[in-house]
Design a protein around this ligand. Structure first.
Ligand code: ADQ
Length: 417
């Protein structure tokens, strides 16, 4: 394909309408891409930072469910100069067709096709908004253009036990980039020939020739049997046509990346994986580094002063060990260990917090014990509260407790003293 000068013109569509049912109660009143992560970020910041760092500055964000906090965050954090035609534009569900919500991610794109026809790009990069990773999409676009593919699907090896959470890719034996078969979330997967305990999973990131995408979602919109899903319908249809290729995420090299965090990608689709990804951040040698300023992760948060650790009624200094503590936090005469603490949190005397994720504005009173827990925004723990110490009691009190024993206290929960 011949491009106008300067290479292909690229438009990025960020799919940010996911409901995130498996992240309940964190998604009770926010879309999954708006879920706070890593103290100061929202999940969508990772996808958007990757897109911007890849050099792509025409970005539309398709939102749908409970999009208020997502919309506010995108507008506040990602407002860009519109000079030179750059933008990050949140697009709420239009209910353009039959006044209905989007049926699925492909329908979201179909109903927003005017964003493509207005911009007239050569290439459309479609990315999910709920993963933690670094990726240079321009390297994937280069491969896409060289291969002559209609669609290129980013892929990473994952344990076979997780196949039912992913689109599973099978490649041609003689050409490891051409996709032979694509099955969305199969329950009877075959392992890879060279590694039977693994499958090749779609990362939910795609590079399309713009006309191929437009045609595919238009055709899909007329198919009554379709679920109108990118992974479930659009990619399998293009695989049948022989125009789908895969991009091996292992090949992606990030400036300033280390051997340790090269290839890091976490789908934080469940409470347990969300919790584990936080624990990845605070390990002594983190497998995912937030300190790579050659590939910065952008975000914004309130006007908070630096974190403070003060002497409290307990006669001890407040301290945090093996933890990340955000601005605006005050730890007074309490001990926080192996935890990630978001802005504006207060932890009072005699309290101990271990292995936990504490979101914005939480207040933990005196003499509390919090262990292996996620406490959502603005929750107040009165004096003497215990969370995560006796999980049966946590369940009795109506908290969510995951299979691996993480207790989640949802937003707006009132805990009796
Ligand atoms: P899932 O993540 O299960 O699998 P989905 O729930 O469609 O698929 O979410 C994909 C992205 O689209 C997310 O960023 C989500 O927020 C967004 N989205 C979902 N519905 C939307 C809608 N109606 N409007 C706008 N945005 C919407 C997908 C692929 C798999 C792949 C995994 C990788 O389908 O093939 O393996 O991602 O995690």
């Amino acid at each position: 394909m011949a491009y106008r000068s300067g290479g292909p013109k690229v438009l990025v569509i960020v799919l940010a309408g996911g409901e995130g049912k498996r992240l309940m109660p964190l998604t009770a009143d926010r879309a999954k891409p708006a879920v706070p992560f890593g103290g100061i970020y929202r999940l969508i910041d990772f996808a958007l930072s990757n897109v911007v760092n890849s050099g792509y500055l025409k970005i539309v964000v398709l939102t749908q469910y409970k999009s208020h906090s997502l919309d506010r965050h995108v507008t506040k954090t990602w407002r860009m100069s519109t000079m030179l035609g750059n933008y990050v534009a949140p697009i709420p569900a239009q209910q353009r067709i039959d006044k209905s919500w989007y049926q699925g991610s492909a329908d979201a794109i179909f109903q927003s096709l005017n964003t493509i026809t207005d911009e007239r790009p050569d290439i459309v990069v479609v990315v999910g908004a709920d993963h933690v990773y670094r990726m240079d999409f321009s390297q994937m676009v280069d491969q896409h253009v060289e291969s002559g593919a209609g669609v290129t699907v980013a892929a990473i090896r994952q344990p076979i036990g997780m196949a039912d959470q992913f689109g599973v890719i099978e490649v041609e034996a003689d050409d490891h980039t051409r996709i032979k078969a694509f099955r969305e979330k199969p329950t009877d997967p075959d392992g890879l020939p060279d590694s039977p305990d693994e499958i090749l999973a779609s990362m939910g990131n795609y590079v399309f020739d713009a006309d191929v995408l437009q045609e595919a979602v238009t055709r899909d919109s007329e198919d009554e049997d379709s679920t109108h899903d990118m992974g479930g319908d659009i990619v399998p249809a293009l695989v049948k046509e022989g125009s789908a290729y895969t991009y091996d995420f292992k090949k992606n090299v990030i400036p300033g990346g280390t051997e340790r965090d090269q290839g890091y990608w976490r789908d934080v689709g469940t409470i347990d994986s969300y919790f584990d990804a936080h624990m990845d951040l605070i390990s002594i040698h983190p497998v995912f580094s937030l300190y790579n300023y050659d590939w910065p992760l952008y975000t914004s948060y309130g006007p908070y002063p630096p974190a403070k650790f003060v002497h409290g009624a307990s006669g001890r200094f407040g301290e945090a060990l093996s933890s990340m503590v955000s601005p605006g936090v005050i730890i007074s005469g309490a001990r926080v260990n192996a935890s990630v603490v978001s802005p504006d949190v207060r932890v009072h005397s005699y309290t101990e917090v271990d292995d936990s994720v504490i979101l914005d504005g939480v207040e933990i009173g005196r003499n509390c014990r919090v262990r292996r827990a996620i406490i959502d925004k603005n929750v107040r723990l009165p004096e003497g509260t215990t969370i995560g110490i006796d999980v049966d009691r946590d369940k009795e009190r109506g908290f969510t407790v995951t299979e691996s024993g993480i207790t989640v206290v949802g937003k707006g929960t009132v805990i009796e003293p």
